[in-house]
Design a protein around this ligand. Structure first.
Ligand code: BGC
Length: 757
């Protein structure tokens, strides 16, 4: 595209904005009006064409392109053009397969181009803090690493097709109730380590074209108005140079938002807020250079998107359906398989029970709702593979009979669509009672029963796990889910999906149980970094199925764990052997822990993962590189990521609760040793290998000058040391009856620091 007038002026403004923003460089009022206009939508889904800057389309996302054809809305009501409905993040995440996620991203990018979309609104990488969040189906995990790795793959895939991603919802948007007002009250270490971590990874590695700021407030300040979030962290620290777009309707006060770092308000406000922005510049309340810079970013985005636009792009509906089906099959988790009930033999007679077999639940409700190009029906797919099949929605005399007469029963269970959606949270995590009764009745008639689960948020599964000898968890599988379920049931696909979220024994055990509901508009993140498995493991709580869990139709052994600590990373190698009789894929998970860490940490956290596909009897080394940064914690005092010196435990396992091998590796940290001061406690000094003998000698000397027997000071009993431990060394003068001066203590500390440096 030829770049003329306005674009060039704005490009200059962007350069200007990257240095200083001061009022002396403000453009004329006419230019300000044009720039303000660029900063808000023309319609529900488009930006404005201004001068030579073209208009572009932004639309949802994330698991399919929702290009609306009729009345626009952001809650999934109006019609949209057909597009492939890939598995939503809740399922896709269970693949633990960044290559697959990238391929899905590429297909989404192609469909976006074909439908004239310049920016696809996804991925959602918010952390699943609590299973009740109504929108968990749109997010990958309770863990920031897997969310970040898969989110990055999604962005890379979409953007490789010349379509922008919109990383959302930035940030700490982990509940739906009152989402447009509630404040997430969260301390900085927790924010950095858990809630911002995936965003940081994706932004620094993939540079998404846009980031969508969320509806909620963070520690009292709306995300859209949060300068610390949108400018200090996002731009200054992470180097983001794309467009910050608001979630639809998230802007309360555009002038404040623009000053904080917002570039584009969506959807259209009919030009109303453009006038407010111009007036604020006119009155001096808003820096003109800030408006120019925001407009320049939008202009650059619009140009980039339209340069790649190509009205001749089309997509192969069958091929993309095939990919949706492959992705769905890889996302299914085999939770339980007693006595190798699965896979079923093709000749089996199968009694299929449950409404989801004919009317599948395959995506969530709200803005991400896609109009699929087609839909695989599980019952049809089972029919095409089994010997004979009966079906009933519920229990009748006949259904009981049919289940008894068949070789096996397959019962479809799950959450009805009306129980979970964007926009509201659940109040419980139970499956409907009738479904559990249905399962119990079927199992009574036919003990060889497989439960197949559909749900967006985690559901309590203890009863299902007690009743059903085999369980397949599909979460929400998208339009190819029906065929994928049949592929796994009959063994055409050997399952390799893994949970990305813990299935707790009961809601009351969840980390946010008492703190999920907003109170006076505030949601207290009181569990701090202990989210998901970090919480259950730290508290040693029983869970129904742990994070990372998933079985296969074959089995794997792990041997020879070797960990090498390099300057920038740990290299972990483990040998995996397929000990069963089918080819299968194993996802190897690497966790690290630091016993005795100076900050409160879980016993272990995920630091990397890899996978391997092996034929029966084959063995191969899986190598996982772990950037040193995965060991770091956020040090609040120095405001930076810090790796502690210490002996880290590195585990290789098949889930967070199936850690097969471990090794210890010494890591030299990057903490500059903080000098001791008069505020350092006796306990801290005694815990330090250099300071302890110096202090002990001084105490012993003091004891002697006090007339105590030799060595008494140094030989203080443990109880005495524990009592003295919390006294800052500088206060010792107050307790010495005048025998120790401030100067002597200062000398002692000076000597300690000298010997430690
Ligand atoms: C959602 C966003 C979505 C937007 C546009 C909002 O309600 O939170 O995720 O992209 O609507 O539909």
């Amino acid at each position: 595209m030829k770049k003329t007038g306005l674009y060039l002026a704005l490009a200059a403004a962007l350069g200007l904005g990257m240095t200083a923003c001061n009022r002396t460089e403000s453009p004329a009022a006419g230019a300000t009006a044009e720039q303000a206009a660029l900063g808000s939508g023309e319609t529900f889904w488009t930006t404005k064409a201004v001068g030579d800057i073209p208009s572009i389309v932004l639309t949802d996302g994330p698991h399919g392109v929702r290009k609306q054809s009729g009345n626009p809305d952001h809650v999934g009501i109006g019609a949209s053009e057909p597009a492939t409905c890939f598995p939503p993040a809740v399922a896709l995440g269970q693949s633990w397969d960044p290559d697959l996620v990238r391929r899905v991203g590429e297909a989404l990018g192609t469909e976006s181009r074909a439908l004239g979309v310049g920016v696809l609104l996804g991925p959602g990488v918010n952390i699943k803090r609590d299973p009740r969040c109504g929108r968990n189906f749109e997010y990958f995990s309770e863990d920031p690493l897997i969310s970040g790795v898969l989110g990055a793959a999604w962005v890379a895939g979409v953007q490789s097709r010349g379509v922008g991603a919109s990383l959302k919802h930035f940030a700490a948007n982990n509940a739906e109730d009152d989402r447009m007002r509630a404040s997430s009250q969260v301390d900085e270490r927790t924010l950095r380590e858990i809630y911002l971590r995936a965003f940081e990874r994706i932004i620094t590695r993939e540079q998404p074209w846009t980031v969508m700021c969320s509806y909620n407030r963070i520690n009292g300040v709306y995300a859209a108005e949060n300068e610390w979030l949108l400018s200090t962290v996002l731009r200054d620290e992470w180097g983001f140079d794309g467009v910050v777009v608001s979630d639809w309707g998230a802007v309360r006060d555009r002038v404040t938002a623009v000053a904080a770092g917002l570039d584009l308000e969506m959807p259209a406000t009919g030009g109303m807020t453009d006038t407010e922005v111009s007036a604020a510049v006119e009155s001096g309340a808003l820096d003109a250079a800030v408006v120019a810079r925001a407009a320049a970013r939008v202009a650059r985005l619009a140009n980039k998107a339209s340069e790649h636009a190509d009205s001749t792009t089309s997509f192969d509906v069958d091929e993309h359906h095939g990919l949706a089906r492959t992705a769905a099959a890889r996302s299914i988790v085999l939770l339980k398989n007693e006595a190798d009930l699965l896979p079923l033999s093709p000749a089996s007679s199968v009694a299929v029970v449950g409404g989801f077999a004919t009317n599948p639940r395959y995506q969530g409700g709200g803005s991400s709702h896609v109009n699929p190009t087609r839909l695989d029906i599980p019952l049809d797919e089972i029919r095409s593979r089994a010997g004979s099949v009966s079906h009933a929605d519920g229990i009748t005399e006949d259904t009981l009979e049919a289940a008894r007469a068949a070789d096996v029963a397959v019962v479809f269970l799950g959450l009805p669509a009306e129980e979970e959606s964007e926009g509201f949270d659940r109040t419980h995590i139970d499956l409907p009672d009738q479904q559990l009764q249905l399962l119990a009745a079927v199992v009574q008639a036919q003990p060889r029963t497989v439960a197949v689960l559909s749900h967006g948020g985690v559901v309590r599964l203890d009863t299902v796990a007690e009743l059903a000898p085999a369980i397949l968890d599909g979460a929400l599988l998208g339009q190819g889910g029906g065929a994928a379920i049949a592929d796994v049931l009959f063994g055409a696909v050997n399952p390799s999906g893994r949970l990305t979220e813990t299935v707790p024994a009961r809601l009351q055990d969840c980390p946010g149980y008492l703190n999920f509901t907003p109170e006076d508009g505030r949601i207290i993140y009181g569990e701090r970094v202990f989210v998901g498995y970090r919480w259950y493991d730290a508290r040693d709580l029983a869970v129904t199925f742990p994070f990372g869990h998933g079985l296969s139709y074959t089995s794997f052994d792990y041997d020879d764990l070797v960990v090498h600590a390099g300057t920038h990373e740990l290299t972990v190698r483990v040998t995996v052997t397929n000990t069963g009789d089918r080819t299968g894929r194993e996802v190897v998970q690497i966790y690290a822990g630091l016993p005795g860490s100076r900050v409160s940490r879980p016993p272990q956290w995920l630091v990397g993962f890899g996978d391997v596909t092996l034929a029966p009897g084959d063995r191969r080394i899986v190598e996982v590189d772990i950037p040193r940064n995965e060991l770091a914690y956020w040090d609040v005092d120095s405001a930076r990521w810090t790796v502690e010196t210490g002996d880290y435990t590195v585990h290789a396992g098949a889930s967070s609760r199936d850690l097969r091998l471990h090794a210890t590796v010494g890591v030299t940290g990057d903490t500059a040793i903080a000098p001791f001061t008069l505020e350092s406690t006796i306990g801290e000094l005694l815990a330090d290998p250099v300071a302890a003998p110096i202090l002990a000698a001084a105490m012993s000397e003091l004891g002697q000058s006090d007339g105590q027997s030799e060595g008494q000071g140094a030989g203080l009993g443990t109880d005495m040391i524990r009592m003295l431990a919390s006294i800052p060394i500088g206060r010792i003068t107050s307790f010495s009856g005048g025998s120790v001066s401030h100067q002597q203590v200062a000398q002692l500390i000076g000597e300690v620091n000298r010997q430690r440096s």
